[in-house]
Design a protein around this ligand. Structure first.
Ligand code: ZN
Ligand code: ZN
Length: 394
């Protein structure tokens, strides 16, 4: 089977690149992936794959039923949305949509899953059980996965395991991170509104200054709140927006801070939330301002199931050799809504190297100069197909 998979993947590789470039030229924002969704459905239907569109708006689901007997159902997920970033690199397939680009590699994820689907549909006479191909909208908004689940993507047939992947420019193409345990962090957003009393900049003693209170709170978040977390645990708080006032000599009434929290364990996440509230109350009392803190939980940690991870690692070794596994890396503080699926059914999320091996400074995800070494797509397709075959035939 492994030799067949390699051979078919190599035959289809140029088609996979062509699909990725086509998708790259027409990036679309979350829930507006109309053209992308149509494109996906057309490729699947042309391959004779049963396809449903319009799930969670622009989501597409294909199903391949194995012809060698009944069995389990494995779900493969790709995210299909792009970013509101103007692409800076000029090439023959540069984004044709001004101010939008696939800067997170979701064009690669989509093309890779389409390639995987084409190969699996050619191998279906050898498969037992089902493969569910899930093309999910709005990952960047971190809401697409939840909507797909609400609309029944894990049912009918019931999904027993799920696989997903993200292209990863900080490791070279040819390498894959596939470890058991946490891969990506939990992510929260927060809003802080500080209300004081406005007045003249020359007479601060008649005011209650929200800017001064906000800067004290920011320092407290970066020092005491984080210092209360066990140093062996990973956690980060970043204030990414601090807005207050509009003129040289007017102390304003309010200041607003927005930011994000990342962590890998529920206990750590809960402790940060509690400590942030404590810091807000303390600074509020000390400074005489009113501080409203609202924390919005976005996604939980993406954690790989140990049994499934071990199966997938063996599949990777079989198809690409032991050297392709990259184990010497810590979990990333990025986050993913794939965690909504993998909390419900055992899941594995792979980080597939897409950096150019001969380039020291590959642009990061979400950069206007992000590019991928497309050779990574051959490996990702081969690994997905091998893992599906190993899972369904195990
Ligand atoms: Zn992204
Ligand atoms: Zn992404």
């Amino acid at each position: 089977m492994t030799d067949d998979i390699k051979k078919i993947a190599e035959e289809l590789f140029q088609d996979i690149i062509r699909m990725r470039r086509e998708l790259h030229m027409y990036p679309e924002e979350g829930y507006k992936e109309f053209r992308t969704s149509e494109y996906i459905a057309r490729v699947l239907r042309n391959a004779g794959i049963e396809t449903t569109t319009g799930i969670a708006g622009t989501g597409v689901v294909g199903i391949i039923k194995g012809e060698a007997g009944d069995g389990k159902t494995i779900m493969l997920r790709a995210d299909i949305d792009a970013n509101t970033i103007r692409e800076e690199v000029q090439c023959e397939y540069t984004s044709k949509v001004d101010g939008m680009m696939h800067a997170c590699g979701h064009d690669g994820h989509t093309a890779s899953l389409l390639g995987t689907a084409l190969i699996l549909s050619r191998l279906k006479d050898k498969l037992k059980g089902n493969v569910k191909l899930v093309f999910q909208p709005a990952e960047e908004k971190l809401t697409g996965a939840r909507k797909m689940i609400e609309e029944g993507v894990l049912d009918n047939p019931k999904v027993d395991a799920c696989l997903g992947m993200h292209l990863w420019p900080s490791i070279p193409s040819g390498k894959i991170i596939a470890k058991a345990g946490p891969v990506l962090s939990a992510g929260d957003f927060f809003d802080i509104k500080i209300t004081g009393k406005s007045g003249h900049g020359s007479q601060p003693h008649f005011t209650v200054d929200p800017i001064s209170a906000g800067s004290k709170l920011l320092n407290e978040l970066y020092t005491t709140v984080i210092r209360k977390i066990d140093p062996s645990e990973a956690a980060v708080i970043s204030v990414c927006s601090f807005n207050a006032g509009s003129y040289y000599n007017i102390i304003p009434d309010t200041a607003e801070l927005k930011g994000t929290i990342r962590s890998f364990k529920k206990e750590v996440q809960d402790k940060i939330h509690k400590n942030m509230q404590f810091a807000a109350d303390k600074i509020g009392d000390a400074e005489g301002v009113k501080i409203d803190l609202a924390i919005h939980k976005l996604v939980d940690v993406t954690e790989n199931d140990s049994v499934l991870a071990s199966l997938v690692r063996n599949s990777i070794k079989k198809i690409a050799g032991e050297d392709s596994l990259e184990d010497n890396v810590a979990p990333s503080t990025g986050c993913e809504d794939f965690s909504f699926y993998s909390q419900k059914v055992p899941g594995v999320f792979l980080l597939v190297g897409c950096g150019f091996p001969d380039k020291a400074d590959n642009s990061p995800l979400h950069s206007s100069t992000f590019q991928m070494d497309e050779n990574c797509l051959l490996l990702s397709v081969q690994v997905f197909v091998q893992a599906v075959c190993d899972y369904l035939l195990s």
